[in-house]
Design a protein around this ligand. Structure first.
Ligand code: SAM
Ligand code: SF4
Length: 468
C-alpha cells in the first residue's frame, strides 16, 4: 500500500507555540472563571483558554472545572449514553508501532483475518446481545484495502437475525485516499475515526519507525481526505501515555480548529485511549497518564469543545468508567472482546497473543446497561440522525435548542425499549421500564409525548426500528 505524496502539506499543529503555552504560570481564579463562563455558554475555547485550564493547580479551582464539565454534559447532552461494540476483523499489519501487539515485528501474535462466514458469526453473536452499533478495526496491510473494508461493511449490514441487525458501522482503519473514503461513504459507514496517537513529532517518529504510518502528515490529513470523500462525521484521537498528555490535549483542539476552519465543521468525536499492556511491549513509562490527570483531560476536552461526542472505551476499568462518564463522555462500548473471533468463539480469558492490548472492563453488555440504569442514564442504541441524513448530530444536539428533547431522548427510549423487549435480563427489564416511566412522567403533555408513548407501545407489540 504505497500512498501518494504528502509534499506541500503543512503541519497545522503549532508545536512550538503549544510547548510555550504549557510553560505558562498556573492560572488564577479570575482567569479560570472567565474561561469556565465561556464553556458554560457553549463556546468552543481557544488554545490559550484551554492552556489556562490545563495549568490549573489549585484543587478548589480544579473542582470548579469538574463541576462545570458535569453541568455542561447534563445541559448539552442530557442523560444518555450511546453503546457500541468494537469488532476486530483483521490484525495483519505492516507497521511497527512500538506500543501495539499487532506490530509487524511481534512474531508471537496469532495473525488472522475473518472470512465472510466468520464475520457473519461475529455479527450474529453481537446482534444476539443487543448491539446495533459497531466500530470495525483493522491493522494496516495490503489485504485491507478500501474495497475489502467496504465489502465487510456490506456483509455486516446484510447480516440479520429476526428483527436484530447492525444499524451503524463506524470504521477505524489506516488512513485511506479520497477515493477510498468515497467508497466508505457509498457503503454507508457512520463515523470514520483514526487516532494520530501522538501529535509530538519526535515521539511520533520514535513510535512509528517503519511502514506507511511513519508518515506523520499522511495520517494528520486522514480526516481532511475523509471529509473530501464525503465522510463528514470524522473522529479524532490520541493515545495517551506516549507523550505529555497536556500537549496532546492542546493538539486535539488545534486539529478540531483546523477542521472547523477548513470544512466549517469540527470533529464528530474525540477518543482518548490510554496505553495498555500489549504482547511484547516495552515502553518508557515516563508519560503514563495517571487516573487523576485522565480525569482532568476528559473534563477539559468537554469544556474546550462542547459540540463533540466523547468516547471512553473498555480499555479502562469499570470503576473508573463509572466515575468518568459524568464529566462529558457520550459513548462507551459494552461486552467488549478484542481478540479476533472473540464474540463467537468464546475464549474464556484474555489472551495477549491474540489481541492488540489488554482491556480493563470485560463485563457483559447487560451488566453495563444495568449499571447505567442505576446511574439514571438512558442506555441508547440510537442511529436515527445518521439514517435520516442528519450528519453532524452532536453539533445539532449542542446547537439547536430543543433538539435533545425532540429527537435524542425519545429515540434513546425507543431503542432502550427494544433492548428490554428482546435481550435484557429480567432484572434489567424491571429497572429499564422504571426509567422509561420516570422519563415519560417528566415530559410535557404534548402531541410529541403522545406519539412517543404510542411508539413505545408499538415496540411492546413487536414493531421494531421506530425513530424520530
Ligand atoms: N491499525 C489502524 C491504525 O493504527 O490506525 C487502526 C486502529 S488500531 C486497530 C486502534 C487503536 O488502538 C490505535 O489507533 C491505537 O491508538 C490503539 N492502541 C494500539 N496499541 C494500544 C495499546 N497498547 N493500548 C491502548 N491502545 C492501543
Ligand atoms: Fe498496526 Fe494499527 Fe497496531 Fe500500528 S496501531 S501496529 S498500524 S494495528
Amino acid at each position: 500500500m504505497i500512498h501518494p505524496t504528502t509534499d506541500g502539506l503543512v503541519d497545522f499543529i503549532p508545536a512550538a507555540r503549544l510547548e510555550e503555552l504549557l510553560r505558562r504560570p498556573a492560572a488564577q481564579a479570575p482567569e479560570v472563571h472567565e474561561v469556565l463562563a465561556r464553556s458554560a455558554a457553549k463556546q468552543r475555547l481557544t488554545l490559550d483558554e484551554m492552556a489556562a485550564l490545563l495549568s490549573v493547580a489549585d484543587p478548589g479551582l480544579q473542582d470548579e472545572m469538574f463541576a462545570t464539565a458535569r453541568e455542561l454534559k447534563k445541559t448539552v447532552y442530557g442523560n444518555r449514553i450511546v453503546l457500541f461494540a468494537p469488532l476486530y476483523i483483521g490484525n495483519k499489519c505492516t507497521n511497527a508501532c512500538r506500543y501495539c501487539g499487532f506490530r509487524s515485528d511481534n512474531h508471537d501474535i496469532v495473525r488472522r483475518t475473518l472470512t465472510d462466514d466468520e464475520l457473519r458469526a461475529e455479527v450474529l453473536a453481537l446482534i444476539g446481545k443487543g448491539h446495533k452499533r459497531l466500530v470495525i478495526d483493522y491493522g494496516e496491510h495490503p489485504d485491507y484495502g478500501a474495497e475489502t473494508i467496504a465489502h465487510a461493511v456490506e456483509v455486516i449490514y446484510a447480516t440479520k437475525s429476526g428483527s436484530g441487525e447492525i444499524r451503524r458501522v463506524n470504521v477505524n482503519c489506516a488512513p485511506l485516499d479520497v477515493a477510498g473514503y468515497r467508497l466508505m461513504k457509498e457503503v454507508g459507514i457512520g463515523t470514520y475515526q483514526i487516532f494520530q496517537e501522538t501529535y509530538h513529532r519526535p515521539t511520533y517518529a520514535a513510535m512509528h519507525p517503519r511502514g506507511n504510518k511513519a508518515d506523520f502528515l499522511w495520517r494528520l490529513y486522514g480526516q481532511d481526505r475523509a471529509m473530501e470523500g464525503g465522510c463528514d462525521d470524522v473522529g479524532l484521537g490520541a493515545l495517551f501515555g506516549l507523550y505529555d498528555w497536556r500537549f496532546e490535549a492542546l493538539s486535539l483542539l488545534a486539529h478540531a480548529i483546523h477542521l472547523e476552519e477548513t470544512f466549517g465543521v469540527g470533529p464528530h468525536t474525540f477518543s482518548f485511549p490510554r496505553l495498555k499492556d500489549a504482547s511484547n511491549r516495552d515502553l518508557d513509562p515516563r508519560y503514563a497518564t495517571s487516573d487523576a490527570d485522565f480525569k482532568r483531560l476528559i473534563a477539559i476536552l468537554r469544556l474546550a469543545v462542547p459540540y463533540t461526542g466523547m468516547i471512553l472505551t473498555a480499555r479502562e476499568p469499570a470503576r473508573l468508567r463509572r466515575e468518568l462518564i459524568e464529566f462529558g463522555v457520550s459513548q462507551i462500548d459494552g461486552g467488549t472482546r478484542i481478540e479476533l473471533g472473540g464474540y463467537s468463539e468464546a475464549a474464556q480469558n484474555q489472551d495477549l497473543e491474540r489481541e492488540q492490548f489488554r482491556i480493563g472492563d470485560e463485563r457483559p453488555l447487560d451488566e453495563i446497561v444495568s449499571e447505567l440504569l442505576d446511574m439514571g442514564e438512558i442506555p441508547s442504541w440510537c442511529t436515527a440522525c445518521y439514517r435520516k441524513g442528519r450528519t453532524g448530530e452532536h453539533f445539532m444536539e449542542f446547537a439547536i435548542p430543543g433538539f435533545i428533547k425532540r429527537f435524542c431522548t425519545p429515540n434513546a427510549l425507543l431503542t432502550l425499549k427494544e433492548y428490554l423487549s428482546d435481550y435484557a435480563s429480567d432484572e434489567v427489564v424491571a429497572k429499564g421500564e422504571r426509567l422509561i416511566a420516570a422519563e415519560l412522567a417528566a415530559l410535557p403533555d404534548s402531541d410529541a409525548t403522545r406519539l412517543l408513548v404510542e411508539r413505545l407501545g408499538a415496540i411492546g407489540d413487536g414493531q421494531r426500528d421506530l425513530y424520530f
